[in-house]
Write a protein that binds this ligand. Structure first.
Ligand code: M6R
Length: 634
């Protein structure tokens, strides 16, 4: 939540900060701002509500000149999105500016004290206390003032600050929110993550909790809470900036959907060598894995669905029992962990607050911990005993697509790896399955190519849904009792079974988050226990029915829905013999593949359905309302 970008160097800062904030916009986009040191001992500030393009437009009319600056893109926690609540915040004298990502939990108490001491608060944010603390403790050295201020703060933060009296200097600090230093030539950067920096430099230093950074154009120091240098080495990141650009696609989401076959190919090429699986960065020795008696997977949102799918795979290929929990539930239960338990935390960002808290809980209880993350150097990847990177490249669209496939890829490989360690799968079978796994990227590509061919039909269906949906709403809200419907149920229902059940949840989540249309994911077998009451001629029911051991059961479910007038859109395997005979409203075919690997294929139409519907409804696909890409608050 919230993105921070700081620059000091030989170039005009404004343009670079705006560029950096745009890369971080996925972290929040309800308001933004920047503060620039103008070289004449003053800070110039501009901020506004809305997306970064609003700020850009303001700056276009009134540019702020200067070569050191900090900027911020916000996802509101305390105080509505408005100019006043946008960061940076200034002290009374306008000499110190601060941007912040996180939550200051004791801000009420601090505010009272600071107000009594003369601080004038201009916003409703928790952040503003930081800048008044800095002013209080400032004795000619911003680094010292920040170090002293941090002692008073409770909560989470990544902070960047500048002071008009110390030209060319940025100071930063982190606790539980990410902060990265980028090392350039005669210029250096501070940012919430590497995606904002990679177009300027591939050398970065990640800050650990409790550390501070002091950055000028010629130097960057990382120090501990007492001001001692920590000797942090720079690491090279291999993210390519072209990956973070749209590359001709109208939306990042569509581009990321289409990247999936390539990502799976790359993951398999890197990790699968014949029947051998290589996890070079893993850090957990095979002998530690051999002691594992149970696996608990924790994650949120889409990553949780990847975890759920992994349960089916792990239990199919190994004899290890697996539990999956949403991190926000796991952390507040009293989970029974301890020796013999492997806790796997799955996360694209590696910064999700609940997953991080769950991982810490697991570590404290003595479990072996492993993170499956996309973002290199993220908190989860550093705090877990082992890490497996998903290497999906920067995922910009808030709705996760390629990160999901990459998570599945790594979790499947982990299942094969554990099956190898525990000898739970005959060699011949293992080889056969891995051979089939290698073909999956090709089949994914075929699925996407088919979509390209059928794109017009998909758009028509989305238009049709839109028309029916609005007709439904009109009936619902009609003042004419004759016309009025009892309940609005123009919505989507996603049904799946077995290993495709998690994809049903994922399909519903995708649709909800980018089109705001009510959608439910359900295990098809549960329909008769309640949800079938929802069925009339209105809901659109997406049935995941590829070739599988539960195929016949799905046919029965489809018949039950059809018998009640529901609009059925089955997703079936090519060559499907039965379901097309039921004359569904629209039939989506994916290539034939073994059931185990079918989630890689069935998820693609689900992502595309969400995309087409949201596009038809004219929604902001890459940046849906109320959401942020990484949820670093509880
Ligand atoms: O960064 P993470 O994978 O930990 O994020 C978890 C969820 O916040 C995330 O998957 C969210 O549900 C996505 N917006 C789904 O598209």
């Amino acid at each position: 939540m919230c993105g921070i970008f700081g620059y000091t160097g030989h170039k005009e800062a404004q343009k670079l900060v705006i560029q950096g904030l745009k890369r971080l916009e996925y972290r929040g986009y309800d308001s933004s701002g920047l503060a620039v040191q103008d070289g004449f001992q003053a800070l110039l500030v501009e901020k506004t509500s809305g997306k970064i393009k609003n700020l850009e437009a303001l700056l276009h009319r009134r540019p702020l000149k200067g070569r050191t600056a900090i900027g911020h893109t916000r996802w509101a926690t305390h105080g509505v999105p408005s100019r006043e609540n946008a960061h940076p915040h200034l002290d009374n004298g306008g000499e110190i500016a601060v941007v912040h990502n996180g939550i200051i939990e004791n801000h009420f108490d601090l505010k009272e004290t600071l107000k009594a001491e003369g601080a004038v608060f201009r916003s409703e944010t928790d952040t503003e206390v930081i800048v008044h603390l800095l002013a209080k403790y400032y004795k000619g050295n911003l680094e010292n003032a920040l170090r002293r201020s941090l002692k008073d703060l409770k909560g989470t933060y990544a902070i960047a600050a500048i002071c008009s009296k110390e030209p060319g200097k940025l100071v930063g600090a982190r606790r539980d929110s990410p902060l990265v230093v980028g090392l350039g030539k005669k210029e250096n950067f501070l940012a919430s993550d590497v995606s904002a920096i990679v177009e300027h430099t591939d050398r970065v230093m990640f800050l650990e909790n409790g550390e501070m950074a002091v950055v000028t154009k010629d130097s960057a120091r990382v120090v501990d809470g007492a001001g001692r240098p920590v000797g942090r080495k720079a690491v090279k990141v291999d993210w390519d900036i072209t990956q973070a650009k749209k590359g001709g696609y109208p939306h990042f989401m569509l581009k990321e959907i289409f990247e999936q076959p390539g990502i799976l190919t790359a993951v398999l090429r890197e990790r699968l060598h014949g029947a051998k699986i290589r996890f070079d960065e893993l850090k957990i020795a095979p002998r530690a894995f051999r002691k594992v008696k149970r696996i608990v997977i924790i994650a949120c949102g889409t990553a949780y669905h990847a975890g759920l799918t992994a349960k089916y795979v792990l239990e199919e290929l190994t004899d290890i029992p697996v539990w999956v929990d949403t991190s926000s539930e796991f952390r507040y239960r009293n989970p029974k962990l301890g020796k013999g338990t492997l806790v796997i935390a799955v996360s694209q960002s590696g910064e999700t607050a609940d997953t991080l808290a769950g991982l810490r809980e697991a570590k404290a209880k003595g479990a072996l911990t492993l993170s499956v993350c996309n973002v290199l150097g993220s908190s989860l990847s550093r705090e877990a005993q082992g890490v497996l990177y998903t290497h999906a490249g920067p995922e910009i669209a808030v709705a996760s697509t390629k990160a999901y496939t990459a998570q599945l890829a790594v979790l499947y490989l982990l299942a094969f790896y554990l099956a190898g360690l525990f000898n739970s799968l005959p060699q011949k079978k293992r080889k056969e399955l891995l051979r089939e796994f290698s073909r999956v990227p090709f089949l994914m590509q075929k699925t996407l190519d088919q979509y390209r061919e059928d794109e017009k039909e998909w758009a028509e269906k989305a238009r049709d849904f839109n028309a029916r949906y609005h007709a439904q709403l009109e009936k619902y809200f009609s003042t004419d009792p004759e016309k009025r419907k009892r309940s609005p149920n123009g919505f989507f229902l996603y049904l799946g079974r077995n290993i495709n059940y998690p994809n049903a949840l994922e399909g519903a989540l995708k649709l909800k988050e980018i089109s705001y249309i009510p959608a439910e994911g359900y295990p098809a077998g549960e329909m008769k226990h309640g949800p079938i009451a929802l069925i009339d001629e209105n809901p659109w029911v997406i049935c995941l029915a590829p070739q599988s051991r539960t195929y016949d059961k799905m046919i029965s479910n489809i018949q039950e829905i059809k018998a009640r007038g529901g609009i059925v859109i089955p997703i079936v395997s090519e060559g499907d013999s039965e379901i097309h005979k039921l004359q569904p409203f629209y039939l989506i075919r994916v290539p034939k593949v073994r059931e185990l690997f079918s989630p890689f294929l069935t998820v693609l139409p689900l992502q595309l359905i969400a995309y087409c519907v949201a596009r038809e409804f004219g929604e902001d696909i890459d940046q849906p309302r109320n959401l942020a890409k990484s949820v670093t608050v509880e």
